[in-house]
Design a protein around this ligand. Structure first.
Ligand SMILES: [Zn+2]
Length: 88
């Protein structure tokens, strides 16, 4: 009975949870998901923008610029995850 090498599925290198890239995965402190450097940077920006938007709302300030920046980054991440799907 043939069996594959042990540890194939539990590799120390996990694919990025967003774009599926296996190279240079990156552990964020806290969540168990893995992200590559590009996605983790975008994710950090999105978290920061979300916090800014919430703060601006509380302060009664306009959030249009922040929201458009957030949607730019979101669609960029979406495109990256879609192109990863097409590549497989
Ligand atoms: Zn990624």
């Amino acid at each position: 009975m043939l069996s594959g090498p042990k540890g194939t599925e539990q590799s120390s290198v996990a694919p990025c949870s967003i774009c599926g890239r296996i190279e240079a995965s990156f552990d964020l402190p806290g969540p168990t998901e893995k992200f590559c450097w590009g996605c983790s940077a975008d994710l950090a920006t999105i978290l920061a923008l979300t916090a800014e938007i919430n703060a601006a709302k509380l302060a009664g300030a306009g959030t249009d610029e922040l929201l458009s920046e957030l949607s730019d980054i979101s669609s960029r991440m979406l495109q990256r995850s879609q192109s990863a799907d097409l590549g497989q």
